[in-house]
Write a protein that binds this ligand. Structure first.
Ligand code: GAL
Length: 582
């Protein structure tokens, strides 16, 4: 049926502004279920789940293993032989990360939890999208993934063995409010799950860091008003945020409202969000309808958080949001036009969220000049006041950097024409632009090519940190809230011993950490923490499980979803043993 009427959907997995997009053929758009706006009975919830299961796949109960006790006498086993890349010069041997530095791992609910129907959880848009159109998620779904919902005690022990001081995770909105809205009943079982998870971390001496929204919009609010396409989301999200702050705010002291909203809003360009476009919105404009709604939602939730702190209802902590993206380097360092493209990509990719929040409540000038107000709503003076300063620190998920090359049609022709395929960034995204013209070399190691464009450039980390901290300064310092490496071809390796020898990842991560130390000591960057993506291989959104970012391998075909440490786990642990201050 899908082959009859083909339309093309852009699935963007863009952690770099130089988007890597994958087109999949889709038939007539499946319709979303009827939204539940009152009553909110068990029958209503079952109805939402039935709409998910219409895709012909029943949601699998997460009954892989229900062992909740930590493994007795847990041991990580012997070190792999040491491998010390030559670029790790003795110059950093004696350098330390500052006291209180957060050394952690990062995960997201949809990617690791599983147990999607457990404890009265409602469906998220990912549950619906992956079941209704399996191709959307590489014929996989988040039903079980690594089953962290049931295996978190063992997982925390395994991560603890790495010596981490902190663990960043996200809370699933539909686990707390199955229908998403203010009127939705609150799931006590859902709340209890995160109570236990947080307590388990604390008991093991690991500081919890929580993200409120890592892309798992409740299906019901997408069906009702298109989620972040509508300003109703501000109140509904604030209600959710307020419940969560009050429940965990005495124990969790570091919060992120949103994960990578620039990437998330780009998802609105296609399935499944296009099923609910308001009049006048289309695939080009939808991401820009989403942006001001998220910025305002963030600012209002931060106000709620700060009020709760000042009323003494929760502990004093800090809150921000996780940005993504990078400033590219010019493809041709002698080209003024390439230099201008660099600035455009930086402003449209990162500044569009960061400038309002960290600088002046408004979008960067290049954004205002390129995207008309009818597409990207401008903020009122009142809104600007609450947006500016609505973050206590800067957080960046720092992965790849690209080279920016002027598109063949030229910047002006592109910027003034919304129909231009390169609008609005106006950067040439052809693979030929992926290296430096000056040197002829790639900008850095390439991770698995199906994951992202650009190169995973540890060499450019200091450039990024210098740029971010000068352009979007924050008295609370800067954190790298995600970084990692998708080892090329790892999914194709047949033997465990081959998989666990993840040499490219190890090199990359050590090089990156080395650069982080130099940024702190030589550039005087106020870098206060780094979080590895990710402790275990998991469900990588639309790309499913073949994409491997984990410091641990997960055997998805074993009944217990067995975990195994990779070499990189030990390399990182040893690096921090040497460089963490006591
Ligand atoms: C980030 C995202 C994570 C994970 C990671 C690896 O952009 O926040 O959820 O998918 O990329 O690709």
């Amino acid at each position: 049926m899908w082959s009859k009427l083909l339309n093309t959907v852009l699935l963007s997995v863009i952690t770099t502004q130089l988007a890597f997009s994958q087109s999949i053929p889709v038939g007539p758009l499946p319709s979303l279920p009827t939204a539940v706006t009152s009553g909110y009975t068990q029958q209503d919830l079952d109805g939402l789940w039935q709409s998910v299961e219409k895709g012909g796949v029943s949601v699998v109960p997460a009954n892989v293993t229900h062992v909740l006790e930590p493994v007795a006498n847990f041991s990580v086993g012997p070190d792999p032989p040491r491998f010390r890349p030559s670029y790790l010069q003795a110059s950093t041997d004696s350098l330390k990360f500052p006291k209180g530095f957060l050394y952690g791992v990062s995960t997201a609910a949809t990617q690791v939890e599983g147990g999607v129907k457990e404890g009265g959880r409602g469906p998220s848009i990912y549950d619906w999208g992956c079941h209704i159109l399996p191709l959307f998620c590489n014929n996989e779904n988040p039903d079980v993934t690594v089953n962290e919902y049931y295996q978190y005690k063992q997982d925390i022990q395994r991560v603890k063995a790495m010596g981490v001081t902190t663990f960043s995770f996200s809370i699933a909105w539909p686990r707390i409010l199955p229908f998403g809205t203010k009127g939705s009943p609150v799931s006590e079982e859902g709340l209890k799950f995160y109570d236990d998870f947080i307590d388990e971390l604390l008991k093991n001496g690991i500081e919890p860091v929580a993200t409120l929204f890592h892309w798992d919009a409740p299906l019901n609010i997408v069906a009702q008003y298109g989620a972040f396409l509508n300003s109703s989301v501000v109140d509904d999200f604030n209600n959710y945020a307020s419940i969560v702050f009050q429940r965990y705010g005495k124990k969790v002291k570091t919060w992120h409202t949103f994960n990578e909203p620039r990437v998330y809003c780009s998802f609105y360009a296609g399935f499944p969000y296009e099923s609910k476009y308001p009049d006048g919105v289309n695939t080009t404009t939808a991401p820009f309808t989403c942006i001001p709604n998220i910025i305002k939602t963030h600012a209002v939730a931060v106000q709620t958080y700060r009020n709760l702190v000042s009323e003494g209802k929760i502990a004093k902590g800090k809150i921000a949001l996780k940005h993504n993206g990078a400033k590219p380097v010019p493809f041709d360092p002698n080209s003024e036009s390439d230099q201008e493209v660099v600035e455009r990509v930086a402003d449209l990719g990162v500044g569009i969220f960061s400038q309002p929040i960290y600088v002046d409540g408004n979008y960067p000038q290049r954004v205002l000049d390129t995207i008309p107000a009818r597409i990207l709503r401008r903020f009122t003076e009142e809104e600007k006041k609450i947006i500016k300063g609505s973050a206590d620190f800067y957080a960046i998920d720092a992965y790849a950097t690209g080279a920016a090359k002027t598109p063949p049609e030229g910047i002006e022709a592109c910027a003034s024409n919304m129909g231009d395929p390169n609008w609005p960034n106006c950067v040439d995204t052809s693979p030929a632009a992926g290296h430096s013209l000056a040197t002829g070399w790639a900008l850095g190691a390439a991770g698995d090519l199906i994951t992202r464009g650009g190169a995973d450039t540890s060499q450019l980390l200091r450039y990024q940190l210098n740029w971010l901290t000068t352009t979007y300064p924050s008295p609370g310092g800067i954190y790298i809230t995600e970084f990692g490496f998708a080892e090329p071809f790892e999914a194709m390796l047949p033997e465990l011993y081959q998989i666990t020898w993840d040499e490219r990842r190890s090199n990359y991560l050590l090089d990156y950490l080395n650069e982080a130390l130099l940024a702190i000591h030589e550039d005087k960057i106020d870098l206060r923490g780094v979080f590895f993506w990710t402790p275990y291989d998991n469900f990588e959104w639309n790309l499913g499980t073949p994409v491997k970012y984990g410091l641990q391998h997960v055997n998805f075909s074993s009944p217990g979803l067995d975990r195994a440490y990779k070499q990189s786990f030990f390399q990182v642990r040893n690096f921090f043993e040497q460089h963490l201050s006591n």
